[in-house]
Design a protein. Structure first.
Length: 255
């Protein structure tokens, strides 16, 4: 089943195989169980894509806002999930407005999935936007692709001391993968978890429980060179063609 990574995947959750779900098997199990545990009143997803993760989030939440920069997810998924609020735009520019709306309606935000812009700056923008709001209730943030060096840097370089409500950060809540799906020595996947608790009094410890694995993989990865050449981005397609390599915009396939 091309596109639906992590198959075969056995679970009691009624997974729709028609919805491409861009997560590994471990990440899928985690999301299902975490959502079943949290059962949030309101959840927000940044990065809808083809609705894979959304099918789980909407199943366990009373209300969901799913944001994507592309209008395609709204167009294709609205008929399937009529109760989800699909929003087209950039996550970091939209979340404050949503938080305010949720507060004004007297509801509680319980969960945010960050899986949109995967650049270091993009992850930082999303996190700053989420953490800089004066939240009234505790909630959980999951960030996908925390094993990817750019995403990981985006998560780990946030000055958390400026956000005292952050009580827990674990970069490797679920470990990611190295060199899968023909991505030639690339690192992807992984889920980071951040717990926000406005009543937090404890000092924050930032955990990276698979830091050794991450560093081992990094020194054998193409990110060492590739990420430094990211300024060549606009010419990437032509470069791949010159080298006779297929240019893939979709880094995920089958785990
Ligand atoms: C990796 S996919 C999301 C996968 C999905 N969460 C899942 O598990 O199946 C990333 C999505 O984020 C969207 N995206 C990229 N940058 C964004 C941004 N700044 N704000 C919102 N969405 C963004 C892309 O259009 C794409 O659909």
């Amino acid at each position: 089943m091309k596109g639906n990574i992590g198959t075969p995947f056995f679970t009691g959750f009624p997974v729709d195989p028609a919805l491409d779900w861009q997560m590994s098997r471990a990440e899928k199990y985690c999301l299902i169980d975490l959502m079943n545990h949290l059962k949030p009143e309101v959840a927000i997803e940044i990065g809808t894509y083809k609705g894979g993760s959304l099918q789980v989030i909407q199943h366990f939440s009373n209300e969901v806002y799913s944001i994507d920069i592309s209008p395609a997810p709204k167009k294709f998924l609205e008929p399937k999930f009529p109760h989800v609020h699909f929003i087209v735009g950039e996550g970091d520019k939209l979340v404050h407005e949503l938080f305010t709306r949720i507060d004004q309606e007297g509801k509680k935000l319980g969960f945010v999935l960050v899986d949109g812009d995967h650049t270091c700056a993009g992850v930082q923008r999303d996190l700053h936007a989420i953490l800089s709001y004066p939240h009234k209730h505790p909630f959980v943030i999951l960030l996908h692709d925390s094993f990817n060096p750019q995403c990981r840097k985006g998560i780990s370089t946030i000055p958390y001391k400026n956000y005292p409500a952050v009580e827990y950060v674990e970069l490797d809540y679920i470990t990611g993968s190295f060199w899968h799906n023909d991505t030639y020595r690339e690192m992807w996947g992984g889920l980071a978890m951040i717990r926000v608790n406005p009543g937090n009094q404890q000092p924050l410890h930032i955990l990276a429980s698979q830091g050794h694995l991450y560093r081992r993989a990094f020194w054998g990865s193409t990110h060492l060179i590739k990420d430094r050449l990211s300024f060549l981005g606009p010419w990437k397609k032509a470069l791949y063609r010159m080298l006779g390599k297929p240019y893939r915009t979709d880094i995920y396939d089958e785990f």
